[in-house]
Design a protein around this ligand. Structure first.
Ligand SMILES: [Zn+2]
Length: 160
């Protein structure tokens, strides 16, 4: 993600910061002397965003995409999460993430055993809790399951 250095006063039009695309400068608002920039989120929402929040990377998407509604993920944010299945020896991990590749890289870093990416199902992250319930009897710990074959999981993804 782009984070502008503080000394850069001007944010170039069209610059992409997280999910925002910078559209135009709208001027200063309120008591603060911060400038505001009209930004469009990837979902299409347009909002005036405080320049300092853009520069520091504190604002990277609109409120509905950040999904923080009463501390729970909104349906919209859940839909954007991807389902991933990785295996490590006989164990499978059923997880969801908005960035499965990064998540799986993190797992590899934290694990001395090879982690194999079995499948990533785009936009199906909402199935994670359903699959956890489905494979309850195979639960090992955390998000790890001792499931006999990956086929059982791929079938379950279609079923739930
Ligand atoms: Zn958005």
């Amino acid at each position: 993600m782009n984070i502008l250095p503080k000394k850069v006063k001007h944010i170039p039009k069209g610059m992409v910061i997280g999910s925002w695309t910078v559209l135009e400068y709208v001027g200063t608002k309120g008591k603060g002397r911060n400038g505001y920039w009209k930004c469009q989120c990837v979902c299409g929402n347009v909002k005036d965003v405080c320049a300092s929040l853009l520069r520091t990377g504190k604002s990277t998407q609109c409120q509905s995409c950040s999904g923080k509604q009463n501390g729970r993920l909104s349906l919209n944010a859940q839909a954007k999460r991807h389902l991933y299945i990785v295996s490590c020896g006989p164990y499978f991990k059923i997880g969801s993430s908005d960035n499965p590749d990064r998540r799986i890289d993190d797992l590899r870093t934290a694990n001395p055993f090879p982690i194999i990416t079995e499948c990533i199902y785009l936009d199906q992250g909402y199935k994670e809790p359903l699959l956890h319930a489905y494979f309850k009897q195979y639960h090992h710990w955390g998000e790890w399951y001792l499931i006999p074959t990956f086929n059982l999981i791929s079938e379950a993804v279609e079923l739930v």
